[in-house]
Design a protein around this ligand. Structure first.
Ligand code: ZN
Length: 150
């Protein structure tokens, strides 16, 4: 963080406080070079919300878990790490903008499927097969056919 007074590139954080119901953090900073003190309001990078499972249990949103499940679906597909990162960032932004603090796991899954569908059909079907818990190949085929129609 650059000092607004002298432009020096390093500041010390004196105090951090959650602000605006957890959407941002208020920080008191002081410049390492000239000691100038100022306040910043920073948006938290990982927006915290909860996920409600099908059986009604609520757990904190786990970015790593989502990342891994997408990564598995994208194995050996022409999708790189950055694309998955961007996809998740978009998804988090959508949820953040909706203002929901508890998101049903189904909605989360749907959002991921929507993004994957536009990115890679194979990854999409793989993710859908895990997410929708396909029991037999005919369900798999139905999903693929429904893709053709879209
Ligand atoms: Zn300074």
């Amino acid at each position: 963080m650059r000092c607004p007074k002298c432009g020096f590139d390093d500041t010390k954080v004196l105090e951090s406080r959650i602000h605006d119901g957890g959407r941002s953090v208020r920080r008191r900073r002081s410049c390492v070079a000239c000691n100038y003190r100022f306040t910043t309001y920073e948006k938290e990078e990982s927006f915290a919300f909860s996920v409600m499972k099908k059986d009604g249990r609520i757990e904190p949103y786990n970015r790593d878990k989502i990342f891994r499940s997408i990564q598995i679906a994208c194995q050996k597909r022409p999708i790189n790490y950055d694309q998955i990162e961007m996809m998740i960032a978009r998804l988090e932004k959508q949820i953040q903008e909706s203002g929901e603090r508890t998101v049903p796991s189904q909605k989360l899954g749907d959002l991921i499927m929507n993004s994957l569908q536009g990115l890679d059909k194979v990854a999409y079907v793989r993710f859908a097969s895990v997410y929708k818990d396909f029991q037999d190949p005919s369900e798999f085929m139905r999903e693929i056919h429904s893709l053709d129609k879209k």
